[in-house]
Design a protein around this ligand. Sequence first.
Ligand SMILES: Nc1ncnc2c1ncn2[C@@H]1O[C@H](COP(=O)(O)OP(=O)(O)OP(=O)(O)O)[C@@H](O)[C@H]1O
Ligand SMILES: [Mg+2]
Length: 244
Amino acid sequence: MRTIEATRYVTPLREGGSMPALVEADDDGLYVLKFRGAGQGPRALVAEIVAGELARALGLPVPEIVYCELDPRIGVAEPDPEIQELLQASAGRNVALDFLPGSLAFADAESVDPALAADIVWLDSLVMNVDRTPRNPNLLTWHGSTWLIDHGAAFYRHHRDDSDPAALAAQPFPLIGQHVLLGRAGSLTDAAARLAPLVDDALLARLRDLIPPEWAAPDPYVTFLRERAARGRAIAEEADDARG
Ligand SMILES: Nc1ncnc2c1ncn2[C@@H]1O[C@H](COP(=O)(O)OP(=O)(O)OP(=O)(O)O)[C@@H](O)[C@H]1O
Ligand SMILES: [Mg+2]
């Protein structure tokens, strides 16, 4: 992952619960900045990195994810005290996603290829992402294809460094029943057969190295994902059962 530096606060994205911001960076690009100091805390940024880069490694379309250095002074002209608070609480390293200009809110599950839909459902089941529902799909349509954003609610049970990741990985995940693409998905066991073998030790080591240790202990994420991938077919069957 590259590191960029935010140079201009452009505007808040108020539809996002964590109030991410559109920023300009020192490479002249536009990015969606996810603040370390937002209410969800640095673990939401770890989830963004790990689930986002895992999705990319599985062949799913995710905007480039970068580390973003923030000097809170770029936002001095913002009058909103809530924004000032976020900026102050997030000085230093954060995470940002390449901004997809002109992307549209996801509207039509029927437009997604069933195999792709199955891959996305299986990924979200693997990482226990609770944020891909019809009300809040966290998918964008850009140049006619579907892009995955906002993985901050993945690993949603990883609230503490001392929670047992292998035990968490064995828990049921009934919330997959709310997934926006579940009705559209093709065979989930086929998706598991395609994707689970890709979650190997080399990939897990690469993901672990992306986690800033001052944000969260990295090893539990590795253990969790290894255990989840080993249950790849079982989690596909669980999602199948949730189709009702
Ligand atoms: N890479 C991107 N390109 C274009 N628009 C984006 C991008 N990332 C986010 N957005 C827009 O900003 C909104 C908020 O972003 P995001 O969903 O990541 O924030 P959040 O605070 O985690 O949201 P949530 O309320 O779902 O938890 C998205 O719904 C989308 O409209
Ligand atoms: Mg969102």
